[in-house]
Design a protein around this ligand. Structure first.
Ligand SMILES: [Zn+2]
Length: 224
């Protein structure tokens, strides 16, 4: 699997710090299953976070030269495989088959048996229920070859992981394992360029709730 697009470093640092909301954390976890590069970044960020914590609490003050040694340790840790080679290939096969491990606890079926809900021409979705306190939303999207999602901006951050198929937008070509990590300033019009349906996992901040009867009628159309 060749991965060209990764989450932003800020997103990986938030993941390492445990501050990403549930939908984003699940999506980043799924990407980490197949991306050695981002696993290393998260480990480094977690190690650095731990060192700052020690410094703050005075547990282990950093003396002269110790920061250099710390970086050496982080870099040595990054060289150590996070998972055994057999495990990595098993995970990659899992994604090729359909569902990443981090998502499997949220779905009681495989990708082929999902009951999709049509939300537009050639576009289907499957909302993924999260914990009651989650402030983000998670859904699977399935888009037919040649189809696209209408041009849209975002009410907030949106992280999309491609599980199968591929699409192209103003940013580039996105295939399996690739992540589009977009903020509210990005407007794009993804179009599926694969022969098969493109299936993505999309995490979004919960859309603003509209008030009043007109707002409630409008709400179902702005959730994407
Ligand atoms: Zn990555």
């Amino acid at each position: 699997m060749t991965i060209a697009h990764h989450p932003d470093m800020a997103t990986l640092i938030e993941y390492a710090a445990g501050t990403l909301d549930e939908a984003f954390a699940v999506t980043v976890s799924c990407h980490l299953e197949v991306c050695d590069q981002c696993r290393k970044s998260v480990r480094s960020a977690a190690a650095l976070g731990g060192s700052f914590l020690c410094e703050e609490t005075g547990v282990e003050p950093l003396g002269e030269g110790s920061f250099g040694r710390l970086l050496e340790k982080i870099s040595a840790a990054s060289e150590t495989p996070h998972t055994a080679p057999d495990r990595v290939s098993e995970l990659e096969r899992g994604v090729t088959r359909g569902i990443p491990l981090a998502l499997s606890g949220y779905l009681d079926t495989d990708l082929k048996s999902i009951r999709w809900k049509r939300i537009g021409p050639g576009v289907w979705q499957k909302p993924i229920p999260l914990s009651p306190g989650a402030s983000s939303s998670l859904r699977l999207l399935r888009i037919a070859p040649g189809r696209g999602v209408p041009e849209h901006g975002h009410g907030g951050q949106e992280i999309t992981l491609i599980l199968s198929g591929a699409y192209r937008d103003e940013i580039g070509h996105f295939g399996p394992g690739d992540v589009a990590d977009l903020d509210e300033h990005v407007e794009h019009k993804p179009q599926v360029v694969s022969d098969e349906d493109c299936i993505c996992l999309a995490a979004t901040e919960k859309p603003t709730r509209f008030k009043g009867i007109a707002g409630r009628l409008l709400q179902p159309f702005v959730g994407i």
